[in-house]
Write a protein that binds this ligand. Structure first.
Ligand code: PMP
Length: 396
């Protein structure tokens, strides 16, 4: 007899990125594929020192179970940080520590989505958010974006005409995969529409602290009069992803529901990881550390943009992100980036084809370039090679 799996499993496929990452684990591959931070920037010496201190001074506490909500000093730091940087007004009870911001997305599915419900998202959007929500049996309506973010008239039209919408998912700052940032006006308008139609928004912001230039913008949450907006955040890109510590912040009544579903998922996040991060934040200047990250990523962004301009044919489009980890390339419509990738992989170069970022499929002519994980000379060599492959393909 065959095993009977849950219905949801029939729609769950291996992530294209995870498959490509298997190729990129080989040493000599130039990879623009993952969203990996630069490992040489991890503060290993400091973490070593802080970890010893935590074990010595609070070992029994660090190795014990803790509350589902998470380690209070860390939640307090997060609330203060968000209030300063994103114009929110949170205290520690608005914050739930999660296993990376990814868990905040999964729990959002658990809290809000039934089978056949509809999620609205940017087109394109973050691949693993599609996977997280899809596991709850939802459908997606993709809302087009332009240089200022999601197109609000289109969004309102969909909100007006469609039954069953349960969630709006957005990444307004240095979006994954496009690197685009929403204007202030669009942020405000989204909060207004969320209040008008009583639809919760998940505002995902793992990259906001990595701004290379320009002014920081207030969050969608800061315009939220009804308490319908939830914010996810993460230490992955400003500290290191291996601890898997992120958070979700929002109205206390809603966060309470997230706490209940997290209890069923994993009881709590790793106690010692939370204490090590809190102690690092206490002892070291994270802003100085973030400045170091920004300086390196800014240079890598500059090299990537310059090389795309220099080596790629003129009739392609690409974004110039003001921060974050990604730029997005659009080839002429008749060219499939999967075909280009196949040839690039043979030459030991990888990127992620754009089709995966559209929950309802399509737009195969686009692809995402991550510029944070490779030194400048490899960015140059890799993009030169991708440019050659595209030209060869166009010239037939
Ligand atoms: N949201 C977005 C938009 C991301 O790009 C990522 C990871 N790259 C995440 C959430 C999850 O990150 P983490 O779980 O490491 O915080």
């Amino acid at each position: 007899m065959q095993l009977q799996f849950a219905r949801r499993m029939s729609d769950i496929k291996a992530s294209e990125i995870r498959e490509i990452l298997k190729v990129t684990e080989k040493e000599d591959v130039i990879s623009f594929a993952g969203g990996l931070p630069a490992p040489e920037l991890f503060p290993i010496k400091e973490i070593d020192e802080v970890s010893r201190g935590v074990l010595k001074e609070s070992g029994t506490k660090a190795l014990q179970y803790t509350t589902t909500e998470g380690y209070a000093p860390l939640r307090k730091w997060i609330a203060d940080r968000m209030n300063t940087r994103l114009s929110t007004s949170f205290d520690e009870d608005n914050i739930l520590i999660t296993h990376g911001s990814q868990q905040g997305l999964d729990l959002s599915g658990k809290v809000f989505l039934d089978e056949e419900d509809i999620v609205l998202c940017e087109s394109p959007t973050y691949l693993a958010a599609i996977s997280a929500f899809k596991a709850y049996g939802c459908h997606f309506i993709e809302i087009p974006t332009d240089g200022d973010g999601m197109v609000m008239d289109f969004l309102e039209d969909v909100l007006k005409k469609t039954n069953g919408i349960k969630l709006i998912y957005v990444i307004p700052t240095f979006q994954n995969p496009t690197g685009k940032t929403w204007s202030l006006e669009r942020r405000k308008r989204l909060a207004e529409l969320s209040a008008k139609y009583s639809i919760p928004v998940v505002e995902d912001n793992p990259y906001g602290e990595l701004r290379f230039e320009g002014e920081s913008l207030p969050s969608v949450k800061s315009f939220d009069a009804k308490g319908n907006v939830l914010c996810t955040g993460s230490f992955s890109k400003i500290f290191c992803p291996g601890f898997r510590i992120g958070w979700i912040a929002g109205d206390k009544e809603i966060i309470r529901k997230y706490v209940l579903v997290k209890q069923g998922a994993d009881l709590q996040c790793n106690t010692i990881a939370q204490m090590i991060i809190a102690e690092y934040l206490n002892r070291y200047d994270i802003d100085e550390h973030i400045r170091k990250i920004i300086a390196i990523y800014r240079k890598r962004r500059d090299v990537a943009i310059e090389c795309i301009g220099k080596y790629f044919p003129d009739n392609i489009k690409y974004t110039r992100p003001e921060g974050g980890l990604f730029t997005w390339v659009e080839l002429p419509e008749n060219i499939s980036s999967r075909t280009i990738l196949d040839t690039c992989i043979e030459k030991k170069i990888a990127f992620v084809p754009g089709g995966s970022f559209f929950p309802n499929g399509g737009k195969d002519n686009s692809f995402r370039i991550n510029f944070s994980n490779m030194p400048e000379e490899k960015i140059d060599a890799g993009l030169r090679m991708i440019g050659e492959v595209i030209r060869e393909y166009i010239d037939g």
